[in-house]
Design a protein around this ligand. Sequence first.
Ligand code: ADP
Ligand code: MG
Length: 279
Amino acid sequence: MTASVKTLLEALPYIRDFHGRTVVIKYGGAAMGDEELREGFATDVVLLKYVGLNPVIVHGGGPDITSYMERLGMEVRFVEGVRVSDPETVEVAKMVLLGKVNSDIVSRLNRHGQPAVGLSGEDGSLFEVRPHPNADQVGFVGEVERVDVDVLNHIAEDYIPVVASAGTDRDGNSYNVNADAAAGKVAAALRAYKAIFLTDVPGWLADADDPGSLVSRATASEVAAALDRVSGGMRPKLEACIEAIGGGAQSAHIIDGSKPHSLLLELFTDAGIGTMVTP
Ligand code: ADP
Ligand code: MG
């Protein structure tokens, strides 16, 4: 048997199992790093839709926001991994997330043959946001308080929804929202089958400085018990995995999006990659 036939046969049980299932994919940072990765991501997601999955994309765009702020001569500051966001920062973040990052993802998916629709937390009242607990230090950073998935369910019938992680509170103030946290909430609210977080490291590392310390499998309660010792960008990802599992997901995965087609490898092959969180 040739290697490619073997690969197709290996994928068959997964394709059968995933048919009609919703998968929330958090996309951001490193997986958006270069043109080849962006194209690879778009073709992977289009393939998922063609084989009968229901992909929902939630994305951030931190590096792009930072580079536009720098071009505008604005000060970029983080407190404990959270971007300090005055109203001007939120304005730029929204413009970059929706006007650039979101529209780039949508147009690539369209071009590869699966029409997509871009939206943010405001559209169809998708997210209701409340201020972050450290609002006095970080400004207009929000937490998703409530997700109304009605609009997503409507769009997902015919299109791939692509959600930018920004939202407003009841009074109409705009906020920056961490995309991992938003993806976890969306996965839970949709009762997604899986949630997959693409990042720039192989997964959750027991020791952040040791690439050999990958935790390949953990239960949600094991993750919860370890959370106090996790910092930086990994923490909201692990919290979001717990959230997705709490909402009924069968598994949540943190994988290296800087490796081409990691999404397909994770979904359709026996090779376990990254970190898998289970109930
Ligand atoms: P993304 O765009 O994927 O959200 P982030 O920078 O927010 O990227 O989060 C990923 C980063 O989290 C990694 O690049 C790494 O520097 C950091 N990190 C902190 N603690 C850990 C850990 N225990 N395991 C893996 N990565 C960690
Ligand atoms: Mg992050």
